[in-house]
Write a protein that binds this ligand. Structure first.
Ligand SMILES: [Fe+2]
Length: 277
């Protein structure tokens, strides 16, 4: 790691393949579980950011989008400053404007590009990728497209330390605050103009565990936000397995060597997270 904490950088080529500047950069990304991705030309980030800003208005009708279970809808987190509008893919067309739903589907392309590169490196035979990822790598699975901001009237951390549970997280943030844990210390991940931050989650770590090359799920947090003009905003996309689904661990010979229901894996992580706070 360089002293200025510059993370490795990747881009997505015309064939929708994830490419790093050097193979060493890719090694670091896989080991840390986090890297920068150059914003592809075809991704209309500005339009999505504009939509995210609409939600800041306390009178915005977007705040009336109903909650669906604990994870979807307009939600203010407990013990964190984060407030979010969160929706899974099958609700995007109903609640998001057309261009925002399209933006979400473009992030699906990025999520798939990342997960397919992880599989390629893992040596797991390609015909098993979809089964291993509960369908995500072939365009199913589930995905969240969330618009977040931070309630500075609360004294809490922006977001408590955690690892993400799913496969891949794509983040666009407008101001500093994200930190990753390295050797027991939290270090800033600076906002890099024209780049998204990608990190791997526990489910991706789990399904690559018995392959040639596993990926790490990094612990991260968001520092307590004080500035509310402008407030820190973010767009977060989670590539996830279906909650009712199953994850399978394959080795490079294609043998199924382990697995878990998504529910069981997530409850295990939930207990670990409780230990953190
Ligand atoms: Fe996270």
């Amino acid at each position: 790691m360089k002293p200025d904490m510059s993370l490795p950088k990747a881009s997505i080529d015309e064939a929708l393949r994830l490419m790093f500047e050097t193979s060493e950069d890719q090694d670091v990304a896989w080991k840390l579980g986090v890297f920068y991705l150059k914003v592809p030309d075809w991704l209309d980030l500005e339009e999505a950011r504009r939509f995210g800003r609409e939600i800041l208005d306390p009178a915005s009708p977007l705040r009336d989008i109903p909650q669906y279970g604990e994870l979807e809808g307009f939600i203010a987190l407990e013990n964190n400053q984060q407030t979010k509008l969160a929706l899974r893919r099958h609700r995007w067309d109903e609640h998001y404007p057309q261009e925002v739903a399209r933006f979400g589907r473009h992030l699906d392309h990025i999520g798939r590009a990342v997960i397919c590169e992880v599989f390629r490196q893992s040596g797991i035979p390609e015909h098993l990728w979809s089964e291993a990822s509960g369908g995500y790598s072939s365009g199913q699975g589930t995905a969240f497209l969330n618009f977040v901001h931070y309630d500075t009237s609360q004294p809490d951390l922006g977001l408590r330390p955690h690892t993400d549970y799913g496969f891949v997280t794509i983040l666009d943030a407008t101001s500093p605050g994200l930190q990753i844990e390295l050797e027991g210390q939290f270090r800033d991940v600076p906002v890099l103009d024209g780049h998204l931050v990608i990190n791997f989650g526990e489910a991706l770590h789990f399904i690559t565990q018995h392959s040639n090359r596993s990926v790490a799920a990094i612990v991260h947090r968001v520092t307590s936000q004080v500035a509310d003009n402008p407030v820190r905003q973010g767009i977060v996309y989670f590539a996830n397995p279906e909650l009712e689904g199953v994850l399978k661990q394959f080795d490079v010979q294609g043998r199924e060597v382990g697995g878990s229901s998504v529910g069981d894996l997530f409850s295990l992580l939930e207990r670990k997270l409780t230990n953190y706070s």
